[in-house]
Design a protein around this ligand. Structure first.
Ligand SMILES: Nc1ncnc2c1ncn2[C@@H]1O[C@H](COP(=O)(O)OP(=O)(O)OP(=O)(O)O)[C@@H](O)[C@H]1O
Ligand SMILES: [Mg+2]
Length: 353
């Protein structure tokens, strides 16, 4: 979703419109009622349309350790072709859920399917569709990166050429004859991602892929995830880097103390929590009359002035009226920024003690 300011050609009132890039939208000026059609700038997304088919279905999952539930009655589904972010505080049950999906641990109750195949009864078949990057990646320490990759390529029926390409793409091309036992944490993470990508699996399950990576490594993994999504891959990713997740995920699931507390897009979760956008408007001259005009509007929750800038928290639907009130009060807008509610706020609210 993109927001764009538009000036009415008749009365010069400034309006904010939102929509997808390339979308045509009809607008009516709130001041003079002049009607018009505006095209949101940018190109239409070329991302493939999501099919409603489910890639991963988890239903009523329960796993206990020494009679203490680590995951309790967790149900969610991941649609084919989407990036699903799986979030939760330390010890919330993310890795336990992921290991259950891959049938690496024995769940106490519930059913899990990958591409409609029951992982309990036909695990080997189901896992053929999956590239997995575990939380703690492990390799043969006395082998080099390429030797390790060649080993896993045989299992996944991938070519040696693909191993070389992935090692280069993940920035490990110059590790040469260095044995993996001598790799740093970040280098191991990169190799773990390369292994998960072997054979271009249709589903990727990544447990904290960015843990221990430098900023360049974080961007590299993010770009790889987006590249795989463009190819139609379904990606299930757990992460603590919320800004990254917010940027790339279609939907998120939030788990807290073993219970799934939310499952939706970040935008919908923000709406459910009634989180409000923040506007930052810089004016040529800020007078008390302008500030009062904004403060007195219904739906405006918070107004603070910093120099010539007004920081405003208001209902999403009030953004245009805030701008109108400012211009009607005689001020000229020099700069305008809108910050939508962040995933961090959503996360904090859903995982409150
Ligand atoms: N093998 C085990 N034996 C006993 N308890 C375990 C075991 N593995 C996990 N747990 C417990 O299950 C709960 C969930 O752990 P899990 O590793 O799934 O959390 P997580 O969400 O992945 O956390 P993090 O963000 O720290 O990776 C924790 O209380 C943990 O102590
Ligand atoms: Mg974990």
């Amino acid at each position: 979703m993109v927001s764009q300011t538009v000036k009415c050609p008749s009365c010069k009132t400034i309006m904010i419109i939102t929509g997808e890039p390339g979308e045509k939208t009809s607008i009516t000026c709130p001041s003079c009622e002049q009607k018009g059609v505006f095209t949101i700038p940018g190109e239409k997304s070329t991302a493939p349309t999501l099919s409603q088919q489910t890639a991963i279905e988890v239903s009523g999952l329960r796993k206990t350790y020494n009679h203490v539930p680590a995951v309790d009655n967790v149900s969610f589904s991941v649609n084919k072709g989407e990036i699903f972010g799986f979030l939760g505080p330390n010890g919330a049950g993310k890795t336990t859920t992921i290991k259950s999906i891959l049938d690496l641990i024995h769940a106490d109750a519930g059913s899990i399917t990958i591409n409609g195949i029951d992982v309990r009864t036909r695990g080997k078949e189901a896992k053929k569709y999956v590239g997995y990057m575990p939380e703690k990646v492990a390799f043969y320490d006395n082998l080099t990166a390429i030797q390790n990759m060649n080993f896993y390529a045989e299992i996944k029926h991938a070519s040696k050429q693909e191993c070389v390409s992935l090692i280069n793409e993940l920035g490990l091309g110059d590790t040469g004859k260095k044995r993996v036992g001598k790799f740093s944490k970040g280098m191991l993470q990169r190799l773990g991602m390369a292994r998960a990508l072997l054979g271009s699996p249709p589903i990727l399950i990544l447990d904290e892929p960015s843990g221990g990576l430098d900023p360049r490594g974080v961007v590299l993994i993010r770009d790889k995830i987006l590249e795989m999504k463009k190819k139609g891959t379904t990606i299930f990713v757990s992460s603590h880097i919320l800004s990254e997740i917010q940027e790339i995920c279609d939907r998120v699931g939030i788990i807290n103390k073993g219970v799934l507390v939310a499952q939706d897009s970040v935008e919908s979760l923000s709406k459910k929590l009634n989180l409000k956008p923040q506007m930052s408007i810089t004016l040529d001259k800020l007078s008390p009359a302008v500030e009062d005009a904004v403060r007195n509007l219904p739906g405006v929750e918070h107004v603070v002035s910093k120099g010539n800038t007004l920081e405003i928290i208001c209902d999403g639907a009030m953004k245009a009226k805030v701008i109108l009130a400012i211009t009607n009060a005689g001020a000229n807008i020099q700069n305008l920024q809108t910050k939508e509610p962040s995933l961090e706020e959503v996360f904090m609210r859903y995982t409150e003690a």
